[in-house]
Design a binder for this molecule. Structure first.
Ligand SMILES: O=C(O)C1=C[C@@H](OP(=O)(O)O)[C@@H](O)[C@H](O)C1
Ligand SMILES: C=C(OP(=O)(O)O)C(=O)O
Length: 453
């Protein structure tokens, strides 16, 4: 698909719901003792995979895509289906969170598989930890069958150096273990803000249960009191009042593309609806916007991102992206337009994501004429004149499609004509199905503004 470049963007857009928050909230709601409605939920391939899997496991889940709501009828920590086949696609969150979730059931048999890419993604560390709790896995990567034994709790050793999602998976189910689960980490932790997000969501979720208590076999006086209070509130307000609401933040990783856009189109101003900032915000990926603002590439005030044609030329950035690595591709893709080299470190773990992102990014940038130095953990991009008329390979990775989609908005030849094409742009459906429509409508409104002024 050719990308049409645009004039300086000006306008407002609403971000889709966060993938990470939606998929965590779906799991927490499935574990809750009363129904929860997620509002502003993301509807994309990754969240549909999670919804389908929860239904496969016997949970009642109602979706209303027009209203962006999903209502989950949780089963208080029980997993209804004793046997199920679960397809996790290429959704890391679904793959890791569901593997841990099913282990709450004693005597269950669950068959897991995913896309070809998922068969190469890390899961062994989590399976090893769950094995310490009595589960038996037929293999140490997808596909595998998991025979489950419930979660007894106690000490569990976990190697999560490949992905923070392995930690989050255990943290989401830990409060439902029969006794406290103590996770001892072996090796380094990557993507730390996502672990904090999990901890905060587990403790703040509206339909929170009393930790380490299974209603059926381990009554706890405190939990019983909480449940009675909830039941009274529900009967006083009628059936609808029993449904709790949970608001999903706009996706901060998706926001990175629009934060980069004014740099690419030579200025403009965008308002990012749904972006949540401040101490209550859950997503560490907002650090990307702060980084661009701090280094003078954009101005940033609340939800507004801007850049004026009169601003100093944007310079290359040297930064450690370990904590917000999904956004490194956004910066790497626009690095050819920056003055001087860009150096991105802390990204070795992204070699095991949708694709080997470090190698893939180096390959695509070289195709565009850039001088790229690739090491295990880093990329150094030295800008060179862009080579037009290239087709960007996306490797089934939404972030390649969206990042290079943003670069393509730069009017390289100054004639408003496409100079870059994206192969398989629909892979952005993993987290942001409407991405290219939003980009196109911003381009059209920028063109109208340019024609009027
Ligand atoms: O927990 C999460 O929601 C995520 C954690 C990160 O993965 P890793 O911990 O594998 O880096 C991130 O890249 C992914 O998009 C979402
Ligand atoms: C790494 C990503 O996804 P996943 O949740 O599949 O790990 C991502 O969205 O960039």
């Amino acid at each position: 698909m050719p990308i049409f470049p645009g004039a300086p963007v000006r306008g407002a857009l609403t971000l889709p719901g966060s993938k990470s928050i939606t998929n965590r909230a779906l799991v927490l709601a499935a574990l809750a003792e009363r129904p929860v409605t997620l509002r502003g939920a993301l509807f994309s391939r990754d969240t549909r995979i999670m919804v389908a899997a929860l239904r496969e496991l016997g949970f009642r889940v109602e979706t209303d895509e027009a209203a962006l709501t999903i209502t989950v009828h949780g089963c208080g920590g029980e997993i209804p289906a004793r046997e199920a086949t679960i397809d996790v696609g290429n959704a890391g969150t679904a793959a890791r969170f569901l593997t841990a979730l099913v282990c709450l059931r004693r005597g269950g048999v669950y068959h897991f598989d995913g896309d070809a890419a998922m068969r190469a993604r890390p899961i062994a560390g989590l399976l090893d930890a769950l094995t310490q709790q009595g589960a038996e896995a037929s293999a140490r990567q997808f596909p595998f069958t998991l025979r489950t034994a419930g979660l007894a709790g106690g000490r569990v050793r976990l190697d999560a150096s490949a992905s923070s999602q392995l930690i989050s998976a255990l943290l989401l189910v830990a409060p439902r273990a029969a006794t406290p689960l103590r996770v001892e980490l072996i090796g380094d932790t990557v993507s730390k803000p996502f672990v904090t997000m999990t901890e905060r969501m587990v403790s703040d979720f509206p339909a929170r249960f009393a930790p380490h208590t299974r209603a059926a076999d381990k009554p706890n006086p405190q939990a019983a009191t909480a449940r009675t209070a909830e039941a009274e509130a529900a009967s006083a307000g009628g059936a609808d009042a029993a449904v709790l609401d949970y608001e999903i933040e706009g996706d901060a990783t998706a926001a990175s593309y629009f934060a980069a856009l004014p740099v690419v189109t030579g200025g403009g101003q965008l308002s990012l609806g749904g972006l949540k900032l401040g101490p209550d915000a859950l997503q560490g990926d907002t650090a990307f916007i702060a980084l661009l603002a701090e280094r003078g590439l954009i101005r940033h005030e609340g939800r507004s991102i801007s850049r004026s044609a009169a601003d100093a030329p944007p310079h290359g950035i040297d930064a450690d992206f370990n904590a917000f690595s999904d956004t490194f591709l956004t910066l790497a893709a626009i690095a050819p337009l920056l003055k001087g080299p860009t150096r991105i470190t802390g990204i070795a773990h992204t070699r095991h994501q949708e694709t080997d992102r470090v190698a893939g990014m180096a390959r695509e940038l070289r195709k565009l004429g850039q001088h790229v130095i690739e090491t295990e953990d880093a990329l150094e991009i030295h800008p060179r004149p862009l080579v037009p008329d290239q087709v960007i390979e996306t490797y089934h990775d939404h972030r390649f499609a969206m990042s290079f989609g943003v670069l393509g908005c730069h009017d390289l030849r100054g004639d408003g004509q496409p100079w870059l094409s994206i192969k398989d742009p629909s892979c952005c459906g993993k987290t942001f199905p409407e991405f290219f429509d939003v980009l196109d409508s911003l381009r059209q409104s920028a063109a109208q503004t340019a024609a009027v002024s």
